[in-house]
Design a protein around this ligand. Structure first.
Ligand code: NAD
Ligand code: UD1
Length: 339
């Protein structure tokens, strides 16, 4: 299939482009490079040996997107494009709602006009809201969202559910990612956060490479086995393969609209991640025990059985792989794509 990847130059999109090529599909990337770099595209060529078609465009721009849909004959869309920093979404809420909702609405209009009937959407486990009863199952109602970023994911899911009702021949997959980390084993592509990272793994790798002085272990008194927060970390290459499986599922099942968790089903604590990172990479991190971040949950992990059942997909990589590959990317690219 020829598949449009909005935001395909970003962290998850670039890894998905590699896996789509490997599976015999033809990805086409549209990205405005707001949070990514043209270097990612050069690296994609090094990994795949292919010139992946790239358009530098804003997915909120209806005329630009209409042109691209008219030129390319897409069989499916994977919609990664969006802003994703939770704290920033609180201070720049209007920009988050504008970008994260407008991209989806523009895409839906283009799909309707150009007869494209399959869409995979990058949702997030965050839409479950503050629920302390993991594993999280797709049938659980949301407990409400705690920040504008999460609300944009929640609202996008609803927009796409309604679009699937208005367009009964569409097939839609709303993929709720848990905590993507790791990088391609080549070390050529990886996560490239702007400014100081909010998430654990990029913070860890930036401490290891000397860009940040120490890691705060945020919260040591959670009701978890070692007192630190437990999450469902998933290797980005496994996650990317989940998108290939979702595209194949949508091709074979016209008219479906499904919410699907993409996670491993296993929770690891902050100390599990830190200890594994130190062990597999033979280094020691400067770390400081620190208070909880406001609003953090003790434990948040998936039940991934629906993905296995519907998509025939499950994760293959281990926490060791995730820690090794994250470090391999960071040590080879200390300043990310600006190295
Ligand atoms: P990323 O920032 O690396 O990639 C997003 C890409 O979208 C970037 O390349 C950015 O330049 C592009 N983009 C943003 N707005 C755009 C617009 N209007 N037009 C064109 N391009 C635009 O983020 P990522 O980690 O790869 O995440 C991809 C998607 O998955 C996002 O929607 C994110 O919210 C979602 N998600 C990410 C995580 C995570 O932890 N990384 C977890 C759950 C969900
Ligand atoms: C965050 C986002 C969530 C998003 C998810 C995956 C918030 C409130 N939520 O959640 O919307 O879907 O990432 O991208 O930001 N930690 C430290 N020190 C650090 C950073 C993190 O100890 O410097 C701890 C946290 O307290 C948590 C764990 O590491 O226990 C993971 O944190 P993080 O990577 O931010 O992910 P989430 O909290 O799951």
């Amino acid at each position: 299939m020829k598949i449009l990847l909005t935001g395909g130059a970003g962290f998850i999109g670039s890894h998905t482009a590699v896996e789509l090529v490997k599976a015999g599909h033809e990805p086409v990337i549209v990205d405005n490079l707001y949070n990514s770099s043209k270097k990612a595209l050069e690296r994609l060529k090094m990994i795949t040996g292919k010139d992946i078609a790239f358009y530098e465009a804003d997915v909120c721009d209806p005329a630009a997107m209409d042109d691209i849909f008219a030129k390319e004959n897409f069989d499916a869309v994977i919609h990664f494009a969006g802003y994703k920093a939770v704290p920033e979404s609180v201070t720049k809420s209007v920009a988050y709602y504008r970008n994260n909702l407008d991209t989806t609405l523009t895409l839906c209009e283009c799909m309707q006009k150009h007869g494209v009937k399959r869409i995979v959407f990058s949702s997030s486990a965050t839409v479950y809201g503050p629920i302390e009863e993991s594993p999280l199952v797709e049938t659980m109602p949301s407990a409400g969202c705690t920040n504008p970023y999460a609300w944009t994911k929640y609202m996008n899911e609803q927009i796409l559910r309604d679009a699937a009702i208005s367009n009964p021949d569409w097939s839609v997959a709303l993929l709720r990612y848990f905590n993507p980390i790791g990088a391609h084993e080549s070390g050529l592509i990886g996560e490239n956060p702007k400014g100081i990272p909010n998430n654990l793994m990029p913070y860890v790798t930036q401490v290891a490479v000397g860009r940040l002085p120490h890691l705060n272990i945020n919260g040591t008194d959670f009701p978890t086995p070692d007192g630190t927060g437990v999450r469902d970390y998933i290797h980005v290459v496994d996650l990317a393969k989940g998108h290939v499986a979702a595209c194949n599922y949508l091709e074979a099942n016209a008219g479906v609209c499904e919410v699907i968790n993409l996670g491993t089903g296993t929770g690891y604590s902050v100390l599990d991640v830190v200890n594994t990172f130190e062990r597999v990479n033979h280094l020691e991190l400067n770390k400081v025990m620190a208070p909880r971040r406001p609003g953090d949950m003790a434990s948040y992990y998936s039940d991934p059985s629906k993905a296995k059942e519907l998509l025939g997909w499950q994760t293959e990589k281990t926490l060791d792989d995730m820690c090794r590959d994250s470090w391999n990317w960071q040590k080879n690219n200390p300043e990310g794509y600006d190295s």
